[in-house]
Write a protein that binds this ligand. Structure first.
Ligand SMILES: [Zn+2]
Length: 113
C-alpha cells in the first residue's frame, strides 16, 4: 500500500529529526497533501498510527491539510484552482496553464515534548 510506505518514511524522517534535536516524544505533526501528490488523505490517516507504533511518534496528533491544485494561466494571467483530471484555467477555460500548487506532499511542522 502506497500510503503505508509513505507514512513509514515520514515516521523515519521525523524520528531522525527529533533524535537529532534530542526530543523524546513527538506530540503533533502537520502535513500538507496536494491534490496531485498521489497521496490520499483517508488511507494516509488510517496508516499513520500503525506506522508510528513503537516509535517516538506513537500517539501523536496528525493534522492533514488538503491542498487544492492551483494553476496560473499563461493566457489571461488568472490564478485559479483546477480539477486534477481536467487541468485548465478557471477563468478563461484554456489549458495553457502552469501548475503552481498542489503537487507535493509536505511536512509542515513537528511539535515535540
Ligand atoms: Zn485563463
Amino acid at each position: 500500500m502506497h500510503e503505508f510506505s509513505l507514512a513509514q518514511s515520514l515516521v523515519e524522517q521525523v524520528t531522525e529529526l527529533v533524535v537529532r534535536e534530542g526530543a523524546t516524544k513527538v506530540t503533533r505533526i502537520e502535513v500538507s497533501i496536494g491534490a496531485m501528490s498521489g497521496v490520499m488523505k483517508d488511507p494516509f490517516e488510517f496508516c499513520f498510527p500503525e506506522a508510528a507504533r513503537g516509535t517516538r511518534m506513537e500517539g501523536c496528533i496528525l493534522i492533514v491539510h488538503e491542498v487544492p491544485l492551483t494553476v496560473t494561466c499563461l493566457e489571461c494571467g488568472a490564478e485559479t484552482s483546477s480539477e486534477i483530471f481536467d487541468i485548465r484555467c478557471g477563468l478563461c477555460k484554456c489549458q495553457n496553464v502552469k501548475i503552481t500548487g498542489g503537487k507535493d506532499f509536505l511536512l509542515n511542522s513537528v511539535e515535540v515534548d
